[in-house]
Write a protein that binds this ligand. Structure first.
Ligand code: HEM
Length: 409
C-alpha cells in the first residue's frame, strides 16, 4: 500500500460516522491483516480484514467459538453473557446444531418463497402510502416498514406491534451511549422479551399459520424448544431481520443515487439486473460490520500467533472489498457476477438464517420503488446510524415528482 497508515479505529461510532472505514480496511488488508486492536476496558482483540481469513474464522466453530465470549465485539462477564447464550447466534456446535435443526425448516428457500406474495403486497402498500406525497424519509417511511411488516407476518402479530419491536431493535443496536443509555438498551431488551413471552403463550394456545406457531410446535424426535428458548429466538429474529434489511434498502438506494449510470442501467433492465444488483448492494454496503469469535486453542492465522482466550473480530465490509477476490472492489457494478460476498456471513454454522427471506424482501422493495417512483432523488444529506456494529442510515430525505398515479403493472 502506497499511502501512509491511517489512524486505526474500527470500533468507535465516530469511525463509522461516514460509513465503513474503507481506507482503514484497505490499509489493514495490505499491511496488517491480523491486527491487534485496542478496546477500552478489555485487553483488545485481533481485527481480521481479508476475505480468506474471515472465511477461515467463520468456518471453524470449534477453534473460533461464538459461545465463549459471545459474538458481539466485547469482553462480557459470565453474568452478562449468560442470558444471551439462549440465542443461536451465541451457541457453538453441537448445541447450535440441535437448535438450527428445530428452526431452520421455517427458513428454507421453499418456505421463504411462500412468503413472496405477501412480501410483494407489503412493498406495494408501503409505496401506496407515500407515493402521492412526493417526498418522505426513505428510512422511516419505506425501508423500515418492510422488515417490521415482515416480522409481524412471521410472528403472526399486529403490524403496529411489529413496528414497535423494530423501534426497540434500533435502541438495542446503538453503540453510542449519548444516543441511548445502557439502561435504555436493557429496558428495550426487557420489553421485547416480555412481548415475545406473550406471543409464545398465545401461539401455544391458538396456533396460526405463521412461522411463530410452527416453531412453538416444532418437534424432532420428541425434542422441542422451551418457552425461554423461543422467547430468545424471537428476540434474535426481530433483531437480526430488522435493521439489517432496512439499512440495506436505504444504503442500496443511496448507492443508486451516487452511481447514476449504474442506476440507469438497472432501471433499463430491471428483470435482467435486479438479482445481481441486490447482491452488489449487499457486498458494497455490508449492513453487518463485524462479529467476534474467541480462540479456543493456540493457533496461527496469516502468520500471526493467536493464543487460546484471544478474541478475533471479522470485518465483513473489509472482506467484501478484498482486491484478491473482487475485481475493482470499490466499483459499484449492478451486473457484478460472480459476487461471492460475505454480507450474510462467510459460511459455517451461523450463516444468516434469514438470507432467502432477506433477498426476496430487498428485491421486492426495489422493484416496487424503481418501477413506481423512477425519479426518486435525494432531498438533503442522509444521517447515518450511531453504530459501529450495524452500518446503517438513520434518516434519508428523498423526493420525486408527485403526484404520480399508481399505475397498475
Ligand atoms: C440485509 C439483510 C441481512 C443481513 C446483511 C444479515 C446478516 C447476517 C450475518 C452477518 C449473520 C451472522 C453470520 C455468521 O456469524 O456467520 C446473520 C445471522 C443471522 N441472521 Fe441475518 N442478515 C440479514 C437479514 C436477516 C433476516 C431477514 C432474518 C430473519 C428473518 C435474519 C436472521 C438471522 C439469524 C436468526 C441469524 C443467526 C443464525 C445463527 O446463529 O445460526 N437475518 N445475519
Amino acid at each position: 500500500m502506497e499511502h501512509d497508515a491511517p489512524a486505526i479505529d474500527l470500533i468507535s461510532p465516530a469511525a463509522f460516522r461516514h460509513g465503513h472505514p474503507w481506507d482503514q480496511y484497505a490499509w489493514l488488508r495490505a499491511n496488517a491483516p491480523v491486527y491487534r486492536h485496542p478496546q477500552e476496558g478489555t485487553d483488545g482483540f485481533w481485527a481480521i480484514t481479508t476475505y480468506d481469513d474471515v472465511r477461515t474464522v467463520s468456518r471453524q466453530p470449534k477453534l473460533f467459538s461464538s459461545a465463549a465470549k459471545g459474538p458481539m465485539l466485547g469482553d462480557p462477564s459470565p453474568e452478562e453473557l449468560a442470558p444471551n447464550l439462549q440465542m443461536m447466534l451465541f451457541m457453538d456446535p453441537p448445541i447450535h446444531d440441535r437448535f438450527k435443526l428445530l428452526v431452520s425448516r421455517g427458513f428454507t428457500p421453499k418456505n421463504a418463497q411462500l412468503l413472496a406474495g405477501r412480501i410483494d403486497e407489503l412493498s406495494k402498500e408501503i409505496v401506496d402510502d407515500v407515493i402521492e406525497r412526493g417526498e418522505c424519509d426513505l428510512v422511516a417511511d419505506v425501508a423500515g416498514r418492510l422488515p417490521s411488516g415482515l416480522i409481524a407476518e412471521l410472528m403472526g402479530i399486529p403490524r403496529a406491534d411489529g413496528e414497535r419491536l423494530y423501534e426497540l431493535t434500533e435502541i438495542m443496536h446503538t453503540t453510542d451511549d449519548s444516543v441511548h443509555s445502557v439502561e435504555e438498551r436493557m429496558q428495550a431488551v426487557l420489553e421485547m422479551l416480555t412481548y415475545a413471552a406473550g406471543v409464545v403463550a398465545a401461539k401455544r394456545a391458538n396456533p396460526g399459520d405463521d412461522i411463530a406457531s410452527a416453531l412453538v410446535h416444532a418437534e424432532i424426535d420428541g425434542d422441542r424448544l422451551t418457552d425461554g428458548e423461543l422467547q430468545f429466538f424471537f428476540l434474535l429474529l426481530v433483531n437480526a431481520g430488522g435493521d439489517t434489511t432496512r439499512n440495506l434498502v436505504a444504503a442500496g438506494m443511496q448507492q443508486l443515487f451516487d452511481h447514476p449510470a449504474e442506476r440507469a442501467r438497472l432501471q433499463a433492465d430491471l428483470d435482467g439486473l435486479l438479482p445481481t444488483a441486490v447482491e452488489e448492494m449487499l457486498r458494497y454496503t455490508s449492513p453487518v460490520a463485524n462479529f467476534q469469535r474467541t480462540v479456543m486453542a493456540d493457533t496461527t492465522l496469516h502468520g500471526v500467533d493467536l493464543k487460546a482466550g484471544d478474541r478475533v473480530a471479522v470485518f465483513y465490509g473489509s472482506a467484501n472489498r478484498d482486491e484478491a477476490v473482487f475485481a475493482e472492489p470499490d466499483r459499484f457494478d449492478v451486473g457484478r457476477n460472480p459476487n461471492p460476498h460475505v454480507a450474510f456471513g462467510a459460511g459455517g454454522p451461523h450463516l444468516c438464517l434469514g438470507l432467502h427471506v432477506a433477498r426476496i424482501e430487498i428485491a421486492s422493495m426495489f422493484r416496487e420503488l424503481l418501477v413506481r417512483i423512477p425519479d426518486m432523488a435525494p432531498a438533503g444529506d442522509p444521517e447515518l446510524l450511531a453504530s459501529s456494529f450495524i452500518a446503517g442510515v438513520k434518516r434519508m430525505p428523498v423526493q420525486w415528482s408527485a403526484p404520480v398515479r399508481s399505475a397498475a403493472r
